[in-house]
Design a binder for this molecule. Structure first.
Ligand code: CA2
Length: 149
């Protein structure tokens, strides 16, 4: 049997606090709950590597790792999406599908959240659908992986 595809799901700063504050914006699910959703959405058809960091350089390292270790990458860059040329450059070096994720819809929020350095390096973007956006992104990534095979 062929190896299962690997999907990296990377989460940026402060997302470790999910479920503790601001449920009206980000929902009540913790990041562990969201990881379980991702594993469920993969339905045994992919191995999910799910990580969170508060450090920009660590995200860059993981994106570079995904070049050789993953068949798709999902990223909620959190605030770094609005600021980081380093994330943009690292993502541009990938040839696998990249899906940018946000729980909230930044376009409906403060002006400083309207710019994304990640969107222009992403295959697609899912925003504003809460935790279910992660499950939708896993399904989309699996579809794209199959299409490309
Ligand atoms: O909506 C998203 O997923 C965001 O990426 C979340 C980021 C925000 O900076 C982006 O504009 C949109 C913030 C993540 C912080 O998460 C917290 C969760 C609970 C309590 C405090 C922060």
């Amino acid at each position: 049997m062929p190896d299962l595809p690997v999907i990296y799901v990377l989460n940026g700063p402060n997302l470790n606090l999910l479920g503790e504050r601001e449920p009206h914006i980000y929902g009540r699910e913790t990041l562990s709950d969201i990881e379980a959703r991702c594993v469920g959405a993969a339905g045994g058809e992919a191995n999910i590597v799910f990580r969170q960091t508060n450090h920009e350089g660590v995200l860059v390292d993981w994106i570079q790792e995904a070049r050789t270790q993953a068949q798709a990458l999902l990223i909620n860059p959190a605030a770094y999406g609005h600021t980081s040329v380093a994330l943009h450059d690292a993502l541009k070096a990938l040839s696998i599908p990249v899906i940018e994720l946000h729980l909230s819809n930044p376009a409906t929020r403060e002006a400083f959240r309207h710019r994304s350095f990640v969107s222009s390096a992403a295959t697609g973007v899912i925003a504003g659908l809460g935790a279910r956006g992660y499950a939708l992104a896993i399904q989309a990534a699996l579809d794209i992986i199959r299409e490309r095979a």
